[in-house]
Design a protein around this ligand. Structure first.
Ligand code: S3P
Length: 170
């Protein structure tokens, strides 16, 4: 696949700015913007919090994998994934195969500032700060398979997008 046809896939913890940066990158590169969580909500016909509550996390993860697989049959998309899309090794292999994988990193304080006590994120319900710290520890190496990593601490989304464009594969 030629680099210009390639998908760009953003991974990283919740609140690292994947969706905002993906939007900027799509605009700057003329790629189509796709948001994995939004596609899942579309497919399920209900919010993510409801899928977790009514069907459980395993059902959400199964849906997440199948929607990811469908999206990555395309070319030239900028895809913002959900923070847990990397939990299945087969998803990680698929992402590396089907595109250029960019990991966004941020520390707990920056993540908490971005997500707040957002009830739309079931994994943070009932204590965002402790849950973020725990998830960061549990997922310490989960994003290491990316082709490139950008530390977003102290950066505006526009600066993150510029850094990615400077790293871009040619
Ligand atoms: C999740 C992250 C969320 C969403 C779901 C689970 C996770 O996406 O997919 O709530 O396991 O980290 P964002 O990373 O866009 O918040």
């Amino acid at each position: 696949m030629r680099p210009e046809q390639e998908n760009w896939i953003l991974i990283g913890m919740m609140g690292t700015g994947k969706s905002t940066v993906a939007e900027l990158l799509a605009r700057k590169t003329g790629r189509k913007l796709v948001d994995l969580d939004a596609e899942i909500v579309n497919e399920a016909g209900c919010p993510i919090a409801d899928i977790f509550e009514q069907q459980g996390e395993a059902a959400f993860r199964a849906l997440e994998s199948s929607v990811l697989d469908r999206i990555l049959q395309n070319q030239q998309v900028v895809l913002a994934t959900g923070g847990g899309a990397v939990l299945k090794p087969e998803n990680c292999s698929l992402m590396r195969d089907k595109g250029w994988v960019i990991a966004l990193k941020a520390d707990a304080a920056a993540i908490l500032k971005r997500v707040g006590e957002d009830s739309g994120r079931p994994l943070l319900a009932g204590g965002a700060q402790e849950r973020i710290i725990r998830l960061l520890e549990e997922r310490k190496h989960a994003y290491d398979f990316a082709h490139c990593t950008v530390d977003t601490n102290g950066l505006e989304p526009e600066q993150v997008a510029e850094q990615i464009l400077m790293h871009q594969r040619v």
